[in-house]
Design a protein around this ligand. Structure first.
Ligand SMILES: *Cc1c(COP(=O)(O)O)cnc(C)c1O
Length: 368
């Protein structure tokens, strides 16, 4: 027997959303709309498209320090350059944090449901996991505080939370940070930061001097539309960043990703348009669901968690056969939920028709 970590026996590899080509073949469809991974349906900045070329010395290693992007990002965020760490998506930063802070004997606190990679990585590192159920999609911060003890190493706060879409209110976040013991690292996963309306922005990164135990994670994968290039970043105090840097691979972000992110960062207009269109389409869908009488969770993101009148898996199959890929989601014992990425106007119009159709046939069944 080879001597791998025992935890690997408890885990399975990440199940990605169904791939488009696979579904086309299986169901004989010629168009597939993927609303399963919260990607940007509007693509990414034209400036990135126009200036990326493969003429950029792919034979040499990338700049392991990510200097140019680091400089631009530090200016934009108004932080010091040594307050930033880059990762191959924030996924890799979750892995780096887990590798640096989690081990057998410590515990880690997170919401349920939340982004599955926290639990996955914590399990690999052998830490004890404490999951605190959300309250209608919102983090139960009081419950999470109560779960913290002297052996707690990391608390994961996902805001807005994936898969529920709910944002941690500003006041609650500051209150939590003030009460949270300083020996606990708080990871604030802000993968959907750009989608959060300005009035709800906690501006917590302006307060790192008060909170040396805080790191915020952001990404170019969601609003920036660069999921395929794998680049994200963490912002924290420089002492914390220096610790995490030890656990980072020397060339963990590619030269193409660095270049694309640098250009994308300067195109505020693209982000603004993405965010505005997303909001209009999301609000339209929310109103539609309300009119149908279906429950959905509050969302400050580019996805919505919907409670469906049939089981989430059934709902998933119904939509799949009609060319829409979504995610069935379990919230504690409830499996009648799907998470749906906000697609383009046209994609969502057809999606609404499909829901309407299903709604009518389910209501008929109930009446007869
Ligand atoms: C998508 C997502 C990530 C991972 O994003 P990458 O930067 O592509 O690795 C992390 N956290 C949350 C909550 C996400 O939804």
């Amino acid at each position: 027997m080879m001597k791998s970590k025992h935890a690997l026996k408890k885990l399975t590899p990440y199940q990605q959303g169904k791939q488009t080509e696979e579904v086309k073949r299986e169901y004989g469809l010629d168009r597939i709309i993927k609303l399963a991974s919260n990607e940007n349906p509007f693509g990414y900045s034209d400036q990135v498209k126009n200036s990326l070329s493969l003429d950029h010395g792919l034979n040499t290693y990338p700049d392991g320090h990510t200097s140019e992007l680091r400089n631009a990002l530090a200016k934009k965020l108004n932080v010091e350059e040594d307050q930033i760490i880059f990762g191959g998506g924030s996924d890799e930063l979750i892995q780096i944090i887990s590798r640096a802070f989690l081990y057998p004997g410590v515990n880690t606190v997170m919401a349920a449901p939340t982004f599955p990679q926290y639990k996955h990585n914590a399990t690999i590192e052998g830490a004890t996991i404490k999951e605190i159920p959300t309250l209608d999609g919102y983090h139960d911060l009081k419950g999470m505080l109560q779960a913290i003890d002297e052996n707690t190493s990391v608390v994961w706060l996902c805001t807005p939370n994936n898969p529920t879409g709910s944002l941690i209110p500003k006041e609650e976040l500051y209150d939590f940070m003030n009460k949270c013991p300083k020996h606990v690292l708080v990871v604030l996963d802000e993968a959907y930061f750009e989608y959060v309306e300005t009035e709800f922005d906690s501006k917590i990164i302006e307060h790192f001097s008060d909170f040396p135990n805080l790191i915020s994670l952001r990404t170019f994968s969601k609003a920036y539309g660069l999921a395929g290039l794998r680049i994200g970043y963490g912002i924290a105090n420089k002492e914390l960043i220096a610790k995490l840097e030890v656990a980072r691979g020397p060339f963990n972000t590619s030269s193409l990703a660095q270049k694309a992110a640098l250009i994308a960062l300067s195109d505020d207009e693209f982000i603004e348009e993405t965010v505005q269109r997303n909001k209009a389409i999301r609000e339209n869908l929310q109103q539609f669901l309300k009119d149908l009488g279906w429950h959905s969770y509050d969302s400050q993101t580019n996805f919505i968690l919907i409670t469906t009148p049939i089981d989430g898996e059934e709902m998933f199959n119904y939509l799949l056969e009609r060319g829409y890929i979504v995610r069935p989601v379990k919230v504690l014992e409830d499996s009648n939920k799907i998470r749906v990425t906000i697609g383009s106007e046209e994609e969502m119009d057809i999606f609404k028709d499909l829901l309407q159709h299903l709604h009518s046939s389910v209501s008929k069944e109930i009446k007869s």
